[in-house]
Design a protein around this ligand. Structure first.
Ligand SMILES: Nc1ncnc2c1ncn2[C@@H]1O[C@H](COP(=O)(O)OP(=O)(O)O)[C@@H](O)[C@H]1O
Ligand SMILES: [Mg+2]
Length: 397
């Protein structure tokens, strides 16, 4: 499962952008205010729509008037994803999910929602799901039937701000909707806060690092207990890169909480996560997140370079790329960065650069720029080219 393209209209500074042929590892650069965070938030917005409803997702972003692009207040916010989906039958298909959200009166309404499939480039799209203003149909899939005689269920949703994907996506008979729902629910838009990762959380199961990092000690304990080989290699990377770190151990505090202790080879007893440097905690959290034995289909991380010493950035860039590869071929990563040191370890094919034009975001793919391609082929590093101003309009300082 992976995202091939994202098209967005009327979402804050994303008046009309189309990011195509997205690789598994995508890195967004651009000056402040060019829309990097906004682009990442499109994924968060979709997930909020699915987890709650469109109204809550809009309210969380200060209401429709703030969210819709300036000057487009009467328009619909539109998001279109082209995604490779795995069906229960084992078939893979590139489907298009299109969603339009508007404000009618003072109500937030899903104006349209479609999930379709197109046979070849010229075929007419075949709709698995087609809703307008809370009413529509979904195809009931059956293995033994040809697409042309599949049944259609006509439905009216409980409320026009609910996604049909949510209302129907938990029913196995709507296979395409339920696969896409599962995919979006697995997305992780990281909002890591070092201060949340420091205290000792109450013991609880944690098979993934949560988005704010507050279960870091629990997740570390899960890795150490259930995946000792992964935990060992994580420690090795920490020892190699962070001077003095000899061990990281999750331990029971004796009163139902789990602490994370970082040991420096120079001292007998380790330091609790509360007292360790920001960079050490952050690097450990990222390496742990990227070592997830059951990776998220989509992982978004903003400015991972903050608080990290520049010599940690190459390994981080490598780990991001590795997350998407080999046995994890189904995972995709989006990163935003201000760091040329980080960018220098990213392949040019991964780089997109954002600019503002008349107040709105434009997105360009670095690999489409012949000069950049030639310079990289001659051995120049993307980060150096960025510093030298070759990414026009994107300033790293
Ligand atoms: N409704 C809107 N219409 C147009 N532009 C907006 C809207 N809301 C916010 N913006 C602008 O969008 C820009 C994007 O900011 P942001 O995504 O945080 O940029 P970055 O992460 O690249 O620094 C900001 O400059 C902000 O002024
Ligand atoms: Mg930002």
């Amino acid at each position: 499962m992976r995202i091939h393209s994202v098209r967005v209209k009327n979402f804050k500074s994303l008046r009309d952008v189309h990011m195509k042929e997205i690789p598994n590892f995508a890195v967004l650069i651009g000056a402040n205010g060019t829309g990097k965070t906004t682009f990442i938030d499109v994924f968060g917005f979709l997930r909020d729509c699915l987890e709650h409803n469109a109204r809550t997702a809009v309210q969380k972003r200060a209401g429709f008037a703030q969210l819709v692009s300036r000057g487009q207040e009467e328009e619909t916010i539109e998001i279109e994803l082209k995604v490779e989906l795995d069906f229960s039958s084992g078939r893979q298909r590139r489907v298009t999910y299109a969603l339009g959200i508007g404000e009618v009166g003072r109500k937030i309404i899903v104006r349209y929602e479609r999930l379709s499939w197109k046979r070849g480039s010229y075929g007419r799209p075949y709709n698995f799901l087609d809703f307008k203003d809370g009413q529509g149909m979904a195809v009931v899939e059956a293995q033994d039937k040809d697409e042309t005689d599949l049944d259609r269920n006509y439905e009216t949703l409980d409320s026009p701000d609910i996604l049909a994907l949510k209302a129907l996506g938990n029913l196995k008979r709507f296979d395409a909707a339920s696969q896409l729902r599962e995919l979006i629910e697995g997305w992780s838009v990281s909002d890591f806060h070092i201060e949340k990762a420091r205290p000792e959380p109450d013991a609880a199961p944690a098979e993934h690092l949560n988005e704010d990092g507050s279960n870091l000690a629990l997740y570390a304990q899960f890795l150490a207990d259930e995946h000792p080989e992964i935990f060992a290699s994580l420690l090795e990377k920490m020892q190699e890169r962070i001077p003095g770190i000899s061990e990281v151990t999750p331990e029971d505090t004796g009163d139902g909480r789990i602490a994370l202790r970082f040991r420096d080879a120079a001292f007998d007893k380790g330091f609790l996560a509360r007292y360790v440097s920001d960079g050490t905690i952050k690097m450990f959290a990222y390496l742990a997140l990227l070592a997830d034995p059951d990776p998220h289909p989509l992982l978004c991380i903003e400015e991972p370079e903050n608080q990290l010493y520049p010599n940690l950035l190459p390994i981080l860039a490598e780990e991001f790329a590795a997350y998407t590869q080999a046995r994890r071929a189904k995972a995709q990563v989006f990163v935003t960065t201000h760091s040329p040191d980080f960018l220098s370890h990213v392949p040019l094919e991964s780089v997109y650069w954002l600019e503002k034009s008349s107040g709105f975001t434009t997105i360009r793919k670095a690999a489409d720029d012949e000069t950049l391609v030639n310079l990289v082929n001659e051995g120049e590093k993307p980060g150096w080219l960025w510093r030298q101003g070759w990414f026009k309009g994107a300033d790293p300082s």
